[in-house]
Design a protein around this ligand. Structure first.
Ligand SMILES: [Zn+2]
Length: 444
């Protein structure tokens, strides 16, 4: 009963928490309405007034979009189907038998099981990953050689193996200690693990890409960016700003905020500096500093922990029901069986598919808030913030071959950022400095 009450409280908090984050000012509301009307009035998969592509690029963008959307859902379903096949054909039970046959050392058993399982999952995922990279090369979004690509895959395999092994050993220890409440005990363990994962992510990135202090390569740019930092009363010292050599692998642009505590930093891709004007780069940085100031990493951590609470609670019951129902057929004896790990992953895949619009909806809210922040932050620093922001989205969309007016249901379900066309139209119309309007984050 105590559990039910806790879940009830969480469910009741959700409708209170969401509107608090979604509250919009009058200027924001007007620009959102303008953007929605612009998208509704334009043809589906066609150009819109505030973000348009030349005919050849438009055709490529629409085709790429259709393939990517199909692959997105196919990949998610394949994740579930492939686990069912591995369980149904007894492959997971075979891996368990091989692992247990190595002797009584649990660390060795666990490692052998997760190694075999990780090899099988990687091979089953490989065709989709290969095709995705092939598409990026074909459309000029990637310039990475296959050798370098396979090297990245190898690093991810080893890293994934190490993390999965440790997490699985912890999980099975908790299951043995608390057979009926392991989902709650394990959830408590995941809290420091989530924090640790975010803390180390900037260091993990070093394995894949090269980074340089922005101050060393672009001191004039840092001086410009410092103006935004000052305006927002932020605490981003220049040594927390990095330039990533993305051009070695891709042609698209990006920037992001990552890390936690002393590892927290802003990263700008070198492609953004090559393709954007200085004003547009200032806006991109304004957007990223919005994530920094509005504490989106902390909010993301809290959401991830809350999500894990629900998923582990439901996962516990999913595992019990599935083992009772299919355990004999799959060769999974109990929740203490190494093979039960695959059943729990199956639960995560199913819940991930169902909860996708919720997690993406929350992410889009943060991205929208960062857009508003970025545009307000560059007010007074660039001649025309609206045009600057709109042009930045045009460049972003064109370099990544983004469909100007995609299906709005697909946007709702699968996009973790608002559609680029929507962002460009919003930027064009957003003017909190007009008479009768109020900025959201910077007082007039
Ligand atoms: Zn963002």
């Amino acid at each position: 009963m105590r559990l039910l009450r806790m879940i009830l409280v969480l469910c009741l908090l959700l409708p209170v928490a969401l509107p608090a984050r979604a509250s919009e000012t009058a200027a924001e509301h007007a620009a959102n309405v303008y953007a929605q009307q612009e998208l509704d009035a334009a043809p589906r998969d066609g150009n819109i007034p505030d973000y348009s592509l030349p005919p050849d690029k438009l055709a490529k963008a629409v085709h790429l979009n259709t393939v990517r959307d199909t692959m997105h859902f196919a990949d998610e379903l394949w994740g579930i189907v492939s686990l069912l096949l591995l369980l149904g054909f007894g492959a997971v039970a075979w891996m368990r038998n091989v692992a247990v046959g190595r002797g009584t050392n649990r660390w060795l058993q666990g490692f052998v099981f997760i190694l075999l399982f990780n090899i099988a999952s990687t091979l089953l995922e490989l065709p989709v990953d290969l095709y995705s990279q092939h598409l990026s090369l074909k459309y000029g979004l990637s310039v990475q050689s296959w050798g370098s690509w396979f090297s990245d895959q190898g690093k991810s395999f080893v890293l994934g193996l190490m993390v999965l092994d440790l997490v699985m050993m912890l999980l099975f220890w908790v299951i043995r200690k608390f057979p009926r409440r392991w989902w709650f005990a394990f959830w408590l363990c995941t809290i420091p693990l989530v924090l640790l994962a975010i803390f180390v992510s900037p260091y993990i990135n070093l394995l894949y890409d090269k980074f340089e202090p922005l101050q060393k390569t672009n001191p004039e740019l840092v001086a410009q960016l410092e103006k935004i930092v000052e305006k927002g009363h932020m605490n981003i010292p220049p040594e927390r700003m990095f330039l990533m050599k993305a051009s070695a692998k891709v042609t698209t642009l990006n920037a992001y905020v990552t890390g936690f505590g002393s590892s927290k930093r802003v990263v700008v891709w070198d492609t953004s500096l090559q393709k954007g004007t200085p004003d547009e780069v200032l806006f991109i940085f304004g957007h990223e500093s919005g994530h920094y100031v509005l504490n989106h990493i902390v909010i993301g951590v809290v959401e991830a922990i809350a999500g894990l609470f629900v998923v582990l609670f439901l996962g516990y019951y999913f595992v019990q029901i599935m083992i009772t129902r299919f355990g004999r057929r799959w060769g999974v004896a109990s929740q203490n069986d190494w093979a039960a790990f695959a059943v729990l992953l199956l639960a995560f895949s199913v819940f991930g598919l169902i909860s996708e619009p919720i997690t993406n909806g929350l992410s889009r809210m943060d991205e929208h808030a960062a857009d508003v922040y970025g545009q307000e932050a560059i007010h007074g620093l660039v001649a025309d913030p609206q045009t600057t922001a709109k042009d930045a989205f045009d460049v972003l969309g064109e370099t990544s071959l983004v469909d100007p007016n995609p299906n709005q249901f697909i946007e709702f379900w699968t996009y973790n950022h608002p559609a680029v066309g929507r962002r460009a139209a919003f930027a064009k119309a957003y003017d909190p400095w007009a008479s009768g309007m109020e900025p959201k984050y910077f007082k007039k």
